[in-house]
Design a protein around this ligand. Structure first.
Ligand code: ATP
Length: 348
């Protein structure tokens, strides 16, 4: 098969980890006889340097026409005062592509369970997904204003927006352990009452899925106390923002975590959850796992290439189990050495 991919390496450690992800994608293509046609576009600070715009028109066009988009990381002190910042470019890209959901898998492999700030026995076996609504809720609702005396944000959801994200979460649960946790604050918030009602209605379409409702305060405690209890968590924009960041620290390093953002139709975007880490850029010490696992997500969710995704994921996990660990995980493996170790596992 033929697949067109727009690659946005961006800034900081972005180009280093993108190189790792793309070289492994090429190996998967050769091994399983697929053509992954990758075009690299300027984006973020790199876009500003090259064209004066963090999201130049050719980048938007390339992304819209691609089957999937891989983004590494953007931003850095150099562009903080730019008229249009790299982060503005990212918001514009998400909006243009209509990306309404953000999906973050949180998994702790045995080889790094001891690096978690939580007790090893508590986190071993953690494997859940946070499905966050990305285009509604408090961040976008109108009216929104503030002055020195008063301020307003609006938490507004249309039923159709809730249905869209909740259905996606049920679909994901069907491919996993068939357990869905819906997080809201239905004892206080009107929007949460509609959220909960909608979840219960859609649940009737998925009789195999076990549904639980948790208030966001209880959910935030349970993620720390009993992270292995979750399979799929679905929640609105701001709760999802906070809970997915809380969940990410369980794994011990930001450098391990990918994410995928999806639209109704059109290409999905896959990216590490971390930023461009300017403090370690250009030193060949960044952990490329977050990018490699973003490629794994793309293979699975956009291309339905499950065997290929499993092979790459296993090769990367085996490299970590064999002791190839980058500095963030307490090792001294370089970015390129880790990539080579994964390549070697794929060649076996
Ligand atoms: P942003 O606000 O853009 O998300 P941030 O300020 O949260 O960024 P990050 O760029 O995500 O910061 O990085 C935070 C720290 O985590 C970095 O200073 C870096 O040391 C570490 N880090 C992030 N990603 C990686 C990685 N892939 N490999 C190793 N260390 C990383």
């Amino acid at each position: 098969m033929n697949y067109t991919i727009a690659a946005l390496p961006g800034d900081g450690i972005g180009p280093e980890i993108m190189e790792s992800g793309l070289s492994l994608l090429e190996t998967i293509g050769k091994k399983f006889k697929h053509d992954f046609n990758v075009t690299v576009y300027p984006f973020g600070g790199a876009g500003i340097d090259e064209t004066g715009d963090p999201i130049p028109p050719q980048t938007i066009k390339g992304c819209q026409e691609a089957d999937a988009i891989l983004l590494a990381a953007i931003g850095g002190p150099k562009w903080e005062k730019a008229e249009k910042t790299p982060e503005d470019g990212l918001l514009q890209l998400r909006k243009t592509l209509g990306l309404f959901s953000n999906i973050r898998p949180i998994a702790v492999s045995d080889s790094i369970a001891h690096l978690s700030p939580l007790k090893t026995e508590r986190v071993k076996g953690t494997d859940f997904v946070v499905v966050r609504e990305l285009t509604g809720g408090l961040y976008f609702g109108q009216p929104k204003m503030w002055n020195d005396e008063e301020a307003t944000d609006t938490l507004y959801y249309k039923k159709s927006e809730i249905e869209q994200i909740v259905r996606q979460a049920f679909d994901i649960a069907m491919t996993r352990k068939k357990k869905l946790t819906s997080v809201d604050k239905a004892n206080v918030l009107a929007s949460s009452k509609l959220w909960r009602k909608t979840v219960n209605e859609i649940a009737t379409e998925y009789p195999e899925v076990t549904v639980e409702h948790l208030y966001v305060d209880a959910a935030s405690m349970k993620i720390i106390q009993h992270p292995t209890a979750f399979d799929v968590i679905v929640t609105e924009n701001m709760f999802g923002d906070i809970l997915s960041d809380e969940a990410s620290v369980i794994t011990g390093s930001l450098g391990m975590l990918p994410s995928g953002s999806h639209s109704k139709k059109g290409p999905s975007l896959y990216e590490p959850i971390h930023g461009s880490a300017p403090d370690i850029a250009g030193q060949n010490i960044a952990n490329p796992m977050s990018m490699i696992l973003s490629v794994v997500m793309m293979l699975r969710q956009s291309f339905h290439l499950y065997e290929e995704a499993d092979a790459l994921e296993k090769a990367a996990n085996d490299a970590m189990d064999a002791g190839f660990l980058t500095a963030d995980l307490g090792g001294d493996t370089k970015t390129t050495e880790f990539t080579a170790a994964v390549q070697a596992n794929l060649a076996e």
